[in-house]
Design a protein around this ligand. Structure first.
Ligand code: G2I
Length: 474
């Protein structure tokens, strides 16, 4: 193995191309074939976590702290081993919107730019969470908090549109015991706050996979796991836009790796969502720790829709639980037994079906869903509204579908119910806030091909509109 490891001498810029070639060349091929690959000077199958995961159609990521990107040992390991990153704290609400309506992306951008220039994908973490809220949000409640949260989701997801593989839209909304929701200021805005957040995220970045992320949801028999499972099942049944479930998987003696972990992953996947291991760390050392890392990797590879694994930090000293030495590299940056077990498990896992790698939909134009009325036969367009109403406020998502002639610009007009007013609009330019209002395309969604559609949305106070609206092309 050492000889193989020593082969990874190409710069990071060469790696994405090589990874892509490897995915198509060797996906699904067993370890024997991988061993043949490493004899070729242009290939390095299985020599790093990211390359090995990519051969199985998966990613292998880590949490990154922006302030550590100037540490060359840290960045060296990051660039060599990982093909996905999650901002450890920099995309959270307190970091990105320290004052209401004033957004600061400087630290998050450092991570996103580093990832993109080194061919790594980005998991966005986290849009709506009861913890790490800025002080101003902690002091809000009711409709004001609901609208602030939806605005936050909309603004941040819009800012990063096209750059995020998957968003943790909602984080840790379930209680530790009992199987119900956690009490929080967000929960007190109404039980539908989670689906409202998902709808706002979908409207803002239709190309990102939208995940629900939580901890202590690994053991299939635990009430919390079942609570989240039932929510996802309900969302899928009602068409709430959810694509994935993140399992943080912070394992220690109080919350050990469960022998039914694979059952949990597979059961969620069977609901029609991807599953991802999003914050993996395993307290311990030596062969015990190594075996558990191997088990986790084997479980993910056994589930076709387990699309990737992220460890929550690089070196033990980078961990939020540093004293538990839960990561793959020691505090000097050396590979631990846990690293070798992880890489070996990745390389050995060629016998399972890799996930279908469907490219995300383009950000602005998606085919119309079969449930909507067919597009007009000639020129013009149609507009279909989906209303998410709660006490005192609403979000309306609007699907605009061009007719057979396509559209070069469009305007949607409607009359709001009495007392309603628009407070925020995304992916369109609004005229008017109450009574008769209209929404004009913005630059990126002006052009629609024949029958193509795009979505925009708006939120407001009072009772929102539903049904259809007048759409004018041109
Ligand atoms: O707590 C572990 C993770 C559980 N799941 C959600 C993750 O977002 C969470 O990450 C941790 C970070 O690893 C810590 O780095 O979230 C903590 C906060 O909830 C982060 O800790 C905070 C400290 O509490 C702050 O005092 C500090 O200013 O990190 C901040 C930035 O270094």
């Amino acid at each position: 193995m050492d000889k193989v490891l020593a082969r990874d001498t190409e710069g990071p810029a060469a790696r994405p191309r090589r990874r892509a070639a490897l995915i198509s060349a060797v996906a699904g091929v067993a370890m024997v074939a991988a061993a043949v690959m490493v004899t070729s000077p242009s290939a390095s199958a299985g020599t790093t976590l990211g390359a090995s995961a990519a051969e199985k159609g998966r990613y292998f990521g880590t949490a990154v702290a922006a302030f550590k990107l100037s540490d060359s040992q840290y960045t060296g390991i990051l660039n060599r081993e990982f093909n996905s990153v999650t901002a450890e704290n920099e995309m959270k609400w307190d970091a990105t919107e320290p004052s209401q309506g004033q957004f600061n992306y400087s630290s998050a951008d450092r991570i996103v730019n580093h990832a993109r220039s080194n061919g790594m994908q980005v998991r966005g973490h986290a849009l709506a969470w009861h913890s790490q809220q800025p002080g101003w949000a902690q002091n809000l409640s009711g409709t004001a908090l609901r609208q602030a949260m939806l605005n936050h989701v909309t603004q941040v997801a819009t800012y990063y549109r096209g750059k995020i593989y998957a968003w943790d839209v909602v984080n840790e909304a379930y209680a530790d015991s009992g199987g119900g929701r956690r009490d929080s200021n967000l929960q007190r805005t109404g039980n539908d706050w989670i689906e409202a957040a998902f709808r706002a995220a979908r409207a803002a970045d239709p190309g990102a996979k939208l995940c629900y992320n939580d901890y202590n949801t690994d053991n299939w028999t635990w009430a919390k796991t079942q609570g989240v499972y039932n929510m996802v099942k309900d969302f899928k049944a009602r068409g709430v836009p959810i694509d994935c479930v993140g399992f943080q998987s912070h394992f220690n003696s109080g919350s050990p790796y469960p022998s039914n972990y694979r059952t949990t992953l597979q059961s969620f996947a069977d609901l029609g969502v991807d599953v991802q291991i999003t914050e993996l760390d395993i307290e311990g050392s030596g062969s015990t720790q190594a075996t558990t890392y191997g088990n986790v990797v084997r479980d993910c590879l056994a589930v076709a829709r387990c699309t990737g694994i992220t460890v929550w930090g690089i070196r033990d000293s980078d961990s939020w639980r540093a004293s538990g030495t839960p990561l793959l590299f020691d505090s000097s940056g050396n590979k631990k037994q846990a690293y070798t077990a992880t890489l070996d498990a990745l390389n050995a896992g060629g016998t399972t079906t890799p996930p279908t790698t469907t490219p995300p939909p383009p950000p602005t134009t998606t085919p119309p869903p079969s449930t909507t009325t067919p597009p007009p036969s000639g020129s013009g367009c149609t507009a279909t509204l989906t209303l998410n109403q709660w006490q005192g406020g609403f979000v309306t998502n609007v699907r605009v579908t061009a007719g057979a002639a396509g559209a070069n610009g469009w305007t949607v007009s409607l009359t709001l119910p009495s007392g309603a007013s628009v407070t925020n609009t995304w992916s369109a330019q609004a005229s008017g806030t109450s009574g008769a209002v209209s929404f004009r395309n913005v630059d990126y969604n002006r052009q629609l091909g024949a029958g193509a559609s795009t979505e925009f949305g708006f939120q407001g106070n009072g009772t929102g509109p539903s049904g259809t609206a007048t759409c004018t092309a041109g």
